[in-house]
Design a protein around this ligand. Structure first.
Ligand code: AR6
Length: 163
């Protein structure tokens, strides 16, 4: 079972094996945490992302960490929230599961996640936290997972979901 802890902060400061990026399906960089990761990793990240030819929602692809203090960046496009009837919960769960799979495949032991889809993509926070916590805790691998909440609201919502 993966072990889960929660911190408040900026995921680009995380020192470990991998961080996860809340990307878009084009893997072309954007705002939010994606923008912060691209700025901190440097321009080589954009070049590496373009070679991956995008990524479907719910799946995950890997690049090196470049200027970040991690070996890998795992890019996963979360679902854009519409009304919950467009497989958003299933797709969000897949983001976490597939990102964790990529981490294990690459020999990672420590991986950090931002709260996928709950910013620009508008996923309701409490529901997203439940899915994230359950997907991570049920994942059967010896991984130390850190949820990095960028703001107090997200931190509190994860605290509640973690029980
Ligand atoms: N460290 C940790 N979390 C962060 C950081 C950071 N440096 N910056 C923001 N967050 P969002 P999404 C939090 O919008 O909803 C991009 O344009 C933020 O407060 O980054 O999955 C992509 O290219 C929120 O809690 O991701 C896509 O087009 C969480 O990260 C789209 O946004 C996710 O917010 C993806 O939207």
């Amino acid at each position: 079972m993966a072990d889960l802890k929660l911190i408040k902060g900026d995921i680009t400061q995380f020192k470990g094996d991998a961080i996860v990026n809340a990307a878009n399906t084009g893997l072309v960089g954007g705002g939010g945490v994606d923008g912060a990761i691209h700025r901190a990793a440097g321009p080589q990240l954009d070049i590496a992302c373009r070679k991956l030819h995008g990524c479907p929602t719910g799946e995950a692809k890997v690049t090196p960490g470049f200027n970040l203090p991690v070996r890998f960046i795992i890019h996963t496009p979360g679902p854009i929230w519409r009304d919950g009837s467009f497989e958003e919960p299933k797709l969000l769960r897949s983001c976490y599961e597939n990102s964790l799979k990529r981490a294990v495949e690459n020999g990672c032991q420590t991986v950090a996640f931002p709260s996928i889809s709950t910013g620009i993509y508008g996923y309701p926070l409490a529901d997203a936290c439940q899915i994230a916590v359950s997907a991570i805790r049920r994942f059967n691998a010896p991984l130390q997972v850190t949820m990095v909440a960028f703001d107090e609201t997200t931190y509190r919502a994860f605290e509640k979901a973690m029980g």
